[in-house]
Design a protein. Sequence first.
Length: 366
Amino acid sequence: MRMFRLLCRIIIGIVFIFSGIIKAIDPLGTAYKFHDYFQAFNIGFLDSMALPLAILLFTAEFIAGFAVLTGIRQRTGILGVLILMVIFTPLTLIIALTNPVSDCGCFGDAIHLTNWQTFGKNIILIAMTITLYAGRKKVINIYSTFTEWIITTGVIILFILFSFYNLRYLPVIDFLPYKTGVKIADKMIVPEGMPVDQYETSFIYEKDGVKKEFSLNDYPANDTSWKFIDQKSVLIKKGYQPPVHDFLISTLDGNDLTQKILEDPGYSLLMVSKKLSETADKDLSAGFNIGRSCIDKGINFYVLTSSGTDEIKKYSNGLLFCSMDETTLKTMVRANPGYILLRNGVIEGKWSWANIPDKEWFGELK
């Protein structure tokens, strides 16, 4: 039993530390997942709390795993893990049954699990957690209580600082499909032989004032006594989805610039702002100044946003503003604004508003 408890400690410690670190690498991605759940469960009024809750969650995960694995404040760590598992195990069952969001986000964008896989994982982990909790009285402190709390507090502070570094300067490890060095067009290809979306189609016909739904195999195609009313298609099986999808850049007039940008042999700098109204004015001004400098030096510059036309017109300044899907913009770069440098459709660089090179740097590009 002692060896089994040690195995449970190792597995739970590693899983919780890994989960916490992956989320801390991409705090905005975790916040976006909270937003998805808030929308799915009609509690959108909590959106403003998405980022603080995300930081609270992955810090709790990490420090609980750290305590269980290292033995420093191990009893506290076991209790923390138990509380988290008691909350999230029934929640993941509800999510698996209702499927409001396809990916739980428990390991960020590093590892994608289905909702049922997540629930199964939690069943195993909660069984291990109960084993540890049952043997908690046998735990012996490594150091004095004061020393252990000092170490734990220091680890928490360092971990939170690490997450804020990633929040300000982009994730230290990019798990998104838009990584530096990626040729975007290659990530949009669906390999031959991959499964496609499967739909179930039904037809609604009316006869003598009575409406009836038919399948594709038995609808009254040649019976003129039936009047066609409507057609419905329901997705029954999701097919293969390429890593990059819904990548469509268009002008405010509706002109598609996607291929032009991806095939441009020269440099193009994309300024990504999912919502202009949510971006600090000083950061927008700094980006616009870089854009004007780039244009003067022969580098194409595009402002990509999901803001409405009326909002965009407030910033009318001679630069080219383009419309793009908000989810795609969030996936491209975890900053508002963020920047992507393209050449021949290949991502040559990515930056946040905090570490974008100065305009002189772009002027030296050949």
